[in-house]
Design a protein around this ligand. Structure first.
Ligand code: SAM
Ligand code: GLN
Length: 266
């Protein structure tokens, strides 16, 4: 079958799921990645099941770079690119920040946050922590791919003491969706992405932020920065947690206008 007919088949079979421009984009991604017709057809079958195209091609772009993703890791989101951008801006603004920063990312997933930060702060010692051994393996392969040395640690953050002292930058995009919000989550997210990357365990959706605020108190150096991505419905509650440990805090909106980040200076 020629490429044009295959593209028409994409249009016909995906039009109930995606807009015309999305289908064109998906066709470009798939046909750019696979060459054999059988592979492209198999990808089309997976798209019909609402599987995110990033898992089908095994890659996702983040902050202008390509990263390996598998169904063991969350597909990095555009909001998290904004979090990284904020981190880089704030690091540049802090006059007392030396070159040899210690940066810790909690819930590192595919490793996108520490890898991009390390690329821009080459003298920093950057840590990435995750409970999932599969995620840590993916994160390590991404670090290798981008030739960055990151200290990855596989541990349950909620049940462990903080592994690094005198941290300059504490950053995290932890699981923050509450179980009550489950019915609002789209099928292509819920059916394919790791549950424990999205949902906070148990009844308290702020459980990670309480621990992050506590660890900021004990392990972030005075003048250090904390930056977290947050649940848009819990902006003020999350801010309050960091108000207790920081001298200055801000609640910041994402490009869609939702409360999405808390930034604090200790
Ligand atoms: N940082 C990545 C990103 O922004 O794309 C992934 C963020 S994802 C929302 C949250 C991550 O936290 C997942 O990779 C998940 O495995 C990890 N996680 C969940 N529970 C954890 C725990 N108890 N300790 C450490 N990491 C945990
Ligand atoms: N923003 C992601 C979503 O809505 C959730 C990320 C997270 O829980 N940290 O799918």
């Amino acid at each position: 079958m020629d490429a044009f007919s295959l593209q028409l088949e994409f249009d016909r079979r995906l039009q109930h799921l995606y807009s015309q421009s999305e289908i064109r984009f998906l066709y470009q991604q798939i046909s750019g990645h696979f060459t054999r017709e059988s592979e492209i057809r198999n990808a089309l079958l997976r798209l019909e099941q609402s599987e995110p195209y990033q898992y089908i091609i095994g890659e996702s772009t983040f902050y202008g770079k390509d990263f390996v993703v598998t169904p063991s890791v969350l597909i990095p989101r555009p909001e998290t690119e904004e979090l990284v951008e904020l981190a880089l801006q704030r690091i540049a603004l802090e006059k007392d920040f030396k070159e040899h920063l210690t940066i810790v990312d909690i819930g590192t997933g595919s490793g996108v946050i520490p890898i991009i930060l390390k690329i821009h702060q080459p003298h920093a010692v950057v840590w990435g922590i995750d409970v999932s051994p599969e995620a840590i393996e993916i994160a390590k392969s991404n670090a290798q791919r981008h030739l960055q040395k990151i200290e990855f640690v596989c541990m349950d953050y909620l049940r462990s003491s903080f592994p690094v002292q005198n941290v300059d930058v504490l950053i995290s995009n932890p699981p923050y969706i509450s179980e009550e919000e489950l019915q609002n989550i789209e099928r292509n997210v819920l059916g394919f992405e790791p549950y424990n990357a999205l949902f906070a365990p148990g009844p308290d959706p702020l459980v990670f932020y309480r621990k992050l605020a506590k660890d900021a108190q004990s392990h972030l150096r005075s003048g250090g920065l904390v930056l977290v991505e947050i649940n848009q419905k819990l902006g003020n509650e999350t801010l309050d947690l960091f108000n207790k440990v920081c001298t200055r805090t801000e609640l910041i909106q994402d490009l869609s206008g939702n409360d999405r980040f808390v930034v604090g200076i200790k």
